[in-house]
Write a protein that binds this ligand. Sequence first.
Ligand code: ADP
Ligand code: MG
Length: 668
Amino acid sequence: MLDKLGLRNDWDFILHLPLRYEDETRITKVSDCREGVAAQIEANIIHNEIVLKPRRQLVVQAKDGDELIYLRFLNFYGSQQKQLAPGGRVRCFGEVRQGFFGAEMVHPRVKIIVEGAAVDDSLTPVYPSTAGFAQSALRKLITRSLSRIRIDDVLPVEMRERLRLSEFAKSVRYLHQPPPDASQQALSDRTHPAWRRIKFDELLAQQIAMRRARRAVQALHAPALGNSMAEDSLSASFLKALPFALTGAQARVWTEISSDMSRSQPMQRLLQGDVGCGKTVVAALAAARAIQHGYQAAFMAPTEILAEQHYRKLSTLFSQLGVKVAWLTGSLKAKEKREAVALIASGEAQLAIGTHALFQTAVQFANLGLAIIDEQHRFGVNQRLALRSKAAPDSEAHQLMMSATPIPRTLSMSYFADLDVSIIDELPPGRTPITTRLVPNARRGELLDRVEIAVSKGAQAYWVCPLIEESETLQLATAVETQESLQLSLPNLKVGLVHGRMKSEQKNAVMSAFLANEINLLVATTVIEIGVDVPNASLMVIEHSERMGLAQLHQLRGRVGRGSAQSSCVLLYEAPLGQVARERLKIISETTDGFEIARQDLRIRGPGEYLGARQSGAPMLRFADIEADAALLELARDACVELETNAPEIAEAHLQRWLGSRENYLKA
Ligand code: ADP
Ligand code: MG
């Protein structure tokens, strides 16, 4: 059980800090107890009995002065009735509430005492634990660790004072054993200086870890794919073949990528930018650069639909330039798969586009120089590493990761600090902003007219349903039923359907028909969430939008507004809305700025969504909250650079203290 809690050595115990505290340092009169606030009372037992209704329970009557209080125990040992015999005096910790017969405490923690016995001299910590592991045992182990090792401060005094941080040993002791006058508020909202110190140390450990992970990559070797800006270079020809010019932001990030690739260390770059900003073209330029130097490039996407779309676009462009492109996904027939694998292994295919299938063990690249990973957060770290390891034995492939989910600054400073980040912060010209409206489900009927009008003007629309199978618990509309009923209500339109359980040929056939405007209204599950690019689609209806996350809604919405027509997105919701859902929908309807949305999402839901597999294993941050503690994060980042430069041995000691047995995530 200790292992499950991550508690293996003394430092693990010392850094296992309380979630909250209970105050057994004072005694509250029953008449002063407030509803909903746990307190310690003291009383004399006057009677006890076992009653059978409404449930078998031990009921003890006790008196605090003139006040009568009932103590109820639903699970009890026979010996407890003897222990709580009339005439004894008890201290009980719990919440007093007004029951049917008067004041009562249900399942209090009880101690038999003699009158005048001393109260605790510090607040009682309550630790994160697992079922079956008693708080009292945990407290004992932690107290033992606190007393048996020397808790020194790794930070130089000068730095500690400059950053106005309290001493480390004092801080941990304070948090494990706060004095009776400690502010419960400052402890529970973690604003107390002791918490500030702990959070700083935790953030510092994270910074050191990320910096080391980054250095480890820099020690590796990769082919230098330099920038020969010759007119006849492949990337230059690729640029010329495009029907548009790069936006300023695209040109800027391409320069950054290009300069990374010209070094002999592997590029580890995250290209982020809002949906539709044009990341694919930039990635294709990078592929062209690798190919021009005689290396292969792999382009991996998380879904078949997305990979297929990349393949269709890029193979057209690249084949004009004489580049051989291979296509590899799990759904290919065995023979096609064998052929693709052979093309990749012989080096005949210069660019390989596909899904997870690209990093299966059977796939061997002749000389992989660049791995492009679209929607990186959808892939696990292991999958990404597997693709990288496909490079030649003595050399690594450059890695370009892309994400349409903009990563807030605090996240790129912390969890993503081992990556270089390029941002496309500009949309291609000629896009019109998307208007977003919230419509209660009760008014769903009106939307049908809207769809019909849009289609009569030549536009196309998406209708997004969240689930494909009947689920009684959630009672969400199924995509299949929706398609049938929409087709019935809109007999003049062609209503198509695409969902995650379809075979990929079927899926592709539907998507091609939609792209060719043979389907007017496409009912879809969230499979269309990423990457789908049909510029003529300018209306999107999202059902049960209240059940979706902000990032997901933003991605979905990004499927419209890709052409020059005015686009709109209608968010259907089931009233009444809960607090969080209301907040989410308000944000999404008020802004289309992906970074702002991501920041709000991070605030509401925490970083889980963004981290994907990065959060596997021990969570890196247990105490600090990168949004709320952004200022502290910056201090920690600067302190990390300072320590690594002037006193790397201190950085090392600090990292060991915090990671100890958790080292694994360093490899992520
Ligand atoms: P995302 O960043 O979401 O992956 P895409 O790469 O799919 O975006 O690009 C979205 C659309 O914008 C595509 O149709 C693409 O051809 C187009 N596009 C990309 N760059 C430009 C540009 N500089 N000018 C005009 N259109 C562009
Ligand atoms: Mg994309």
